[in-house]
Design a protein around this ligand. Structure first.
Ligand SMILES: Cc1cc2nc3c(=O)[nH]c(=O)nc-3n(C[C@H](O)[C@H](O)[C@H](O)COP(=O)(O)O)c2cc1C
Length: 362
């Protein structure tokens, strides 16, 4: 299936839609249509999970949730919550939608997505285009309900562009209030390089207030609804110094956030990509080492007590292994799906599951 995508479907898509964002939009349109075709979805789910080729897998229990496998879809693909119900059928063990902002916004100027097939990489400068938390909440509510989903749904929230950094806390809180009832976990994104000043929120003085207030709101929400507080994850940038990471980790511990997603895209460029000067966040294969080092550092510093979801340039089963070997609890992919197709998640999950199977000697 993956070969079919790589050698037939992908060249067709890339030729048909030279503009990467158009290709992305068409794919998403197809998938959202697909999300509404329940019989086909369940057929595909059966094909993926029960065709006898995928070894029986124990779900991974984390944050009080059950993840059917280790591979999730990273934020940014289904920004507007249009296609997520169909994505489990392609083998994803969790899906993170968003980034969603409190206010609707159109994002940065186009073109804002560029592919670099030679490097299996992409550069984007989207800037969170989305219909806003109110509208998207209505859309999510039409999909499978919390507690009845085949996989956990993460909701990734960010700051509205027009909101000055001093008012960021209220802006995040508004998104949280509108979306908490629909999420299995919440990811707080402070790491996109495409919203001016957003990354300043990594600074201790901003971060303490932001995470403290979000946790207060989370606990109040839980009390009101007689539920457990939502698992809260923080998504961080790969471009931090180790001192900055230490600061972030101390705030995460103090505010009892449940985990870290490491990492978002990078604003740096490796030397071998010298001719790539496009502005924005770089993702895909060239990011892998940077994200892997970050995951390793976080796991070591926290003695493995803080769950980390590894994200950044995971393009092969070996890459996935590397992240798990340094202590990631789960992984997420995005760019490799552009190059390897929607069934790549299933391939990774399958490779991992085979490695987990025991072969007891008699
Ligand atoms: C086109 C594109 C859009 C993205 N948009 C978002 C976003 O809205 N929010 C977010 O937290 N991360 C976003 N990301 C970052 C991804 O979620 C992921 O963390 C990053 O790309 C590294 O993983 P990858 O190398 O597997 O793509 C985006 C990435 C890409 C390629």
């Amino acid at each position: 299936m993956d070969y079919l995508y790589e050698y037939a479907v992908r060249p067709l898509i890339f030729r048909l839609w030279k503009d990467a964002e158009t290709a992305h939009d068409r794919t998403l349109q197809g998938l959202s249509l697909f999300s509404k075709m329940k019989p086909i979805l369940s057929l595909l789910e059966r094909f993926n999970m029960h065709n006898g080729r995928l070894p029986e897998q124990k779900p991974i229990e984390l944050f009080g949730l059950k993840f059917p496998n280790i591979v999730g879809l990273a934020a940014g693909f289904d920004k507007q919550a249009r296609a997520w119900p169909s994505l489990g059928a392609f083998g994803f063990g969790h899906v993170e939608i968003g980034t969603i902002t409190n206010l609707a916004q159109s994002g940065n100027e186009k073109p804002r997505l560029f592919r670099y097939p030679k490097f299996e990489a992409a550069v984007n400068s989207f800037g969170f285009p989305n219909d806003g938390a109110d509208e998207i909440a209505k859309r999510i509510a039409k999909g499978p309900k919390k507690g009845k989903r085949a996989f956990p749904l993460g909701i990734n929230i960010g700051k509205s562009k027009v909101c000055p950094i001093e008012n960021a806390v209220e802006d995040y809180l508004n998104s949280f209030r509108k979306l908490a009832g629909l999420a299995d976990y919440m990811a707080v994104n402070i790491s996109s390089p495409n919203t001016p000043n957003l990354r300043e929120l990594h600074d201790k003085k901003h971060l303490v207030t932001l995470l403290t207030e979000l946790q207060k709101e989370n606990r109040a929400y839980a009390l009101r609804n007689k539920e457990k507080p939502l698992p809260m994850l923080l998504k961080i940038a790969p471009d931090l110094s180790y001192n900055q990471v230490d600061d972030v980790l101390s705030v995460v511990e103090e505010t009892e956030f449940n985990g870290i997603i490491a990492t978002n895209t990078t604003v740096t460029r490796p030397e071998f990509m010298g001719d790539v000067v496009t502005k924005g966040g770089l993702s895909g294969a060239p990011l892998m080492r940077k994200s892997l080092d970050m995951v390793r550092y976080i796991v070591r510093t926290t003695d493995g007590k803080l769950p980390v979801i590894g994200s950044g340039g995971i393009c092969t089963a070996d890459d996935a292994d590397r992240f798990l070997a340094v202590g990631a609890s789960l992984i997420q992919i995005y760019t490799s799906m552009i190059y390897r197709g929607p069934f790549f998640a299933r391939e990774l999950a399958k490779a991992y599951a085979w490695r987990q199977t025991e072969w007891p000697m008699k």
